[in-house]
Write a protein that binds this ligand. Structure first.
Ligand code: ZN
Length: 154
C-alpha cells in the first residue's frame, strides 16, 4: 500500500466530504436553484412554518415540469404529504434511496413507486402547486428520511 492511501481514507471518513451531490432535479432548473422568499415563506431548511420548522430544502420547479432522478435511485414507495383534502392537488411524492442516502421528493406525481431509475431519467411530473398556493415559487421539497439537513448535498 502506498503511504498516502491510509491518510486520504481517514480524511474522507473524518470530514464526510465524499462529495455526494444531487444532480438536476427539475426540467428547466439546470443548477437546482433553490426557492428563496415568497409570499408563502422561505425555502431553506429550518425556515419558520408557524409553530414548526421547515424540514426540507425547496428546489424551484415550475408546475408540469418533468422531475428527474438526481442519481441512480431505488424507489421505496409513495409519499402522503397532507391529510388536508384541500391540498389533494399536490398530495403526492416519492420515497427513494441512492448514493447511501434515503430521501423524499414532495409534490411530484410519480411515474412509478417501485424499482429503479437511472440518474437523469424521468421520475414523474411536478404537480399543480399554484392551484393550492397561488403565487408561491413552485418547487420540489427535498427531505431526508431522518429529517436531517439536505443542504450540504446541493
Ligand atoms: Zn419545502
Amino acid at each position: 500500500m502506498k503511504n498516502w492511501v491510509l491518510p486520504v481514507a481517514l480524511l474522507a471518513f473524518v470530514c464526510g466530504c465524499e462529495g455526494v451531490t444531487f444532480g438536476q432535479i427539475c426540467q428547466g432548473n439546470t443548477f437546482n436553484t433553490r426557492r428563496g422568499s415568497d409570499n408563502w415563506g422561505q425555502g431553506q431548511y429550518g425556515a419558520s412554518r408557524g409553530s414548526r420548522s421547515h424540514q426540507g430544502l425547496d428546489i424551484n420547479c415550475d408546475d408540469g415540469s418533468v422531475v428527474y432522478a438526481p442519481f441512480d435511485v431505488t424507489l421505496n414507495g409513495r409519499v402522503i404529504v397532507y391529510t388536508d383534502p384541500n391540498k389533494a392537488a399536490i398530495n403526492n411524492g416519492i420515497n427513494m434511496e441512492g448514493e447511501g442516502l434515503c430521501f423524499k421528493f414532495f409534490y411530484v406525481k410519480p411515474d412509478k413507486v417501485a424499482g429503479t431509475v437511472s440518474k437523469g431519467q424521468r421520475l414523474g411530473v411536478m404537480m399543480n402547486m399554484q392551484s393550492v398556493y397561488p403565487g408561491i415559487t413552485s418547487h420540489v421539497h427535498v427531505q431526508m428520511c431522518d429529517r436531517s439537513d439536505p443542504t450540504g448535498y446541493f
